[in-house]
Design a protein around this ligand. Sequence first.
Ligand code: FES
Length: 454
Amino acid sequence: RIERIGREPDYSRYMDLKEGWLDRRIFSDADIYEEELYRIFARSWLFVAHESQIPSSGDFLTTHMGEDAVIVARQPDGSIRVMLNSCPHRGNKVCFADAGNTRRFVCNYHGWAFDTAGDLKGMHEEYCYDAGDIDFKNHGLKNVAKVGNYKGLVFATFNSDAPSLEAWLGDFRWYLDMILDNEEGGTEFIGGCIKSVISANWKFGVENFIGDAYHAGWTHDSGARSMNNGQPFPPIDMQNSYHASMNGHGWEFGTEGVGDLVLLGRPKVMDYYNKIRPKMAERLGEMRSKIFGSVASASIFPNVSFLPGISTFRQWQPKGPMQFELKTWVIVNKAMPDDIKEEVTKGVMQTFGPGGTFEMDDGENWENCTTVNRGVVTRHERLHYRCGIGREIEHDTLPGIVYRGQYNDANQRGFYQRWLDMMTHDEFGKMPARPEPRLGNVAETRDLPGLFAL
Ligand code: FES
């Protein structure tokens, strides 16, 4: 029996989120990964920078959108452009630096030179081209379709049909404002970017931060005790804690307590937040001022996560089905005194930098999950995502799809529902052109002894 020859694979076979299970193949299959690049990364709004990283005209940084290398550059008029970091001549990178300030990006190979908007401005031995050989206007660095900025976070998309960034974030902005707008002056990234490579599927990082409070008290128990005078994580209050998700983004949190800040082992930081909490309550309301201080974590679909309070901000950059590059920054309120910013930075390094206590715990788990799930027999066994499946509630204040109890798989199910929607439906916008299939796609073969599918 051969299923669906010559058509798109039916991704709904890979999960049933109402029943609460996932197929393990989504964490290692090369074809599914390739489709993620087309259907998700080429059509989503993707985080590319914090505006504080490129404050002045000519400032730039390099990053990736999916696996596409891009340059993010501040323009003389203050706007931000995002363009492919690939020369239209033979495709070489035109910028190898992580960040800097420049007037031109000059390609190493034959010396084509581009301004910070990506326009081709000149080249080595320009006389070698005859009239009509090259149209400068059409040989710049390809700019992305749209760039947006939400309270300092800069996003870009290749998708000209994408909704506005505000619509993409939707009600998640209510939650995002807790980290981006809890004090006058907004936020900034400080101290550069830390990169590490983890041999795991990118989705494991996102789903861990979007709602896996469950692992913290077990995986991180010894780390938590080492930083908290031998005390374990505080117990979760299942009545006053929640999962909230919308458009695949999610935030898990309590509404009582200041657990994250205690666990930092940095009392000066906790004192600072407690000092500004009354103003935060005036600015954002009582509920959000309490949520901000709770044990919490969050992810923005598809591949950004952060910990409010601990102040690590990170992106899971896909590098193949079984590898991602983790980029980590420290996000702080601009108005913080310098000594508090330094304390926050030390706290991030101690917990969620590559040498941080908690990071090492997590990385090992994700690498093992990815590798073990790939076993030829193992990959056909379903994974369990049913925790709290019946605990959805209506809440007077909290927007989004809200579930009671921080030990829950609700946000993970919300993330994978968005994943499935984007992998299945065309309404999310145009995808880049793909090569024609040579013999059609064979999604799956079964029960065919002696018959080979090509
Ligand atoms: Fe860039 Fe030739 S590849 S100038």
